[in-house]
Design a protein around this ligand. Structure first.
Ligand SMILES: NC(=O)c1ccc[n+]([C@@H]2O[C@H](COP(=O)([O-])OP(=O)(O)OC[C@H]3O[C@@H](n4cnc5c(N)ncnc54)[C@H](O)[C@@H]3O)[C@@H](O)[C@H]2O)c1
Length: 321
């Protein structure tokens, strides 16, 4: 028997997943997290774990294992938010097999568990930053239909191929989905020791009075979107935006130099950044049009960058001292 308000969040111990879990619990959903803790942490679920009996459960398991199928068949969620991923671009280049096992095969297993257990909808965290490639000089931002050639990294490829499987499962098995192509997400709980997450890396260094490094000349731009706004889009996608890939981003291009300046001012940090050669394969410009998410989800990137940075800094102060 399907529980009316039960959801599963794969990757729920990670940065975005754990923020989503807190929001879902606040909205009254019963939340099961499946996470193998390969990069996530139980510390991120500190608040969730204080919930009363029956509201929150944690399963340390891989989406690739038989146990995952068992969890879905026993728990019978109505919805699955699929965020579990190997999210490190460089790791995908060093070990494409592992990347595909987690991001492609793992995702197909999630879809298969969903269709075998009559899950109503799967909501997938796609990667807007790797989906479209380099922004042409004559364009301001990418729209979803710009998806064309395969992305440059194996991470980009595996994340993009899942979109075809989502379409396939919808056509063949009637499994509904929404895919949110996320910009550069930042906010509380982003791991400053990861490869991505320039905001958390800068704040962490600045808090410790350590030098910061900018790869390239710092004029490369990114489309930063605050994690609470991303979480809001996921929740809205529970009952809207079926069968669509939608960019979830601010549609504002911010250069790394501007970001560094803003973060320095907020942190009272006075050191100049060290400039290192640009990393190969890194995009110069990335900016995503968010009209589809606005229209279909009624979504907005509600949080201006400066407000989001202040809230992220407050988190760093509270957790790192
Ligand atoms: N952070 C961003 O800016 C961004 C941008 C675009 C897309 N995304 C996507 O959003 C999702 C969440 O990203 P994040 O930044 O929170 O990363 P994260 O690394 O913090 O979260 C990923 C979580 O998945 C878990 N996981 C990894 N392999 C697993 C497996 N085989 N089985 C179960 N759990 C597993 C990890 O332990 C971790 O908790 C990912 O799918 C990522 O590709 C993130």
């Amino acid at each position: 028997m399907k529980a009316a308000n039960r959801v599963v969040v794969t990757g729920g111990a990670g940065f975005i997943g754990s923020n989503l879990v807190d929001r879902l619990l606040a909205e009254g959903y019963a939340v099961d997290v499946v996470d193998d803790l390969s990069t996530g942490s139980l510390l991120n679920l500190h608040e969730a774990r204080t919930q009363g009996e029956g509201k929150f459960s944690f399963f340390q398991a891989s989406v690739n294992g038989d146990e995952f199928q068992e969890i879905i068949s026993v728990r019978q969620p109505k919805y699955i938010f699929h965020l579990a991923a190997q999210a490190d671009v460089r790791k995908s280049m060093a070990d494409p097999v592992y990347d595909a096992e987690v991001n492609l095969l793992g995702s197909i297993r999630v879809l298969d568990a969903a269709r075998c257990n009559s899950v109503q909808k799967v909501i997938y965290a796609a990667s807007g930053g790797t989906l479209y490639g380099e922004l042409p000089a004559n364009r301001d931002s990418f729209v979803e239909s710009d998806r064309g050639e395969l992305p440059d990294s194996f991470y980009g490829i595996s994340k993009a191929l899942v979109l075809d499987y989502l379409d396939g499962y919808r056509k063949v098995f009637d499994l509904e989905y929404s895919a949110l192509a996320l910009g550069n997400v930042y906010g509380p709980r982003q791991d400053p020791n990861g490869e991505a997450g320039v905001v958390s890396i800068f704040f962490s260094k600045m808090r410790q009075g350590q030098p910061t490094t900018i790869f390239g000349d710092g004029r490369q731009t990114r489309d930063f979107v605050f994690v609470d706004d991303v979480v809001d889009a996921f929740v809205r996608a529970l009952d809207s935006g079926g069968g669509l890939v939608m960019n979830v981003a601010s549609n504002v291009a911010t250069s790394v130099l501007t970001l560094h300046k803003l973060q320095s001012e907020l942190s009272n940090y006075h050191q100049e950044p060290i400039f290192s050669p640009a990393r190969s394969g890194e995009l110069m410009h990335s900016r995503l049009d968010n009209t589809l998410a606005r229209v279909h989800l009624g979504w907005e990137p509600w949080t201006p960058l400066e407000d989001g940075l202040k809230r992220t800094l407050a988190y760093f102060k509270a957790t790192l001292g």
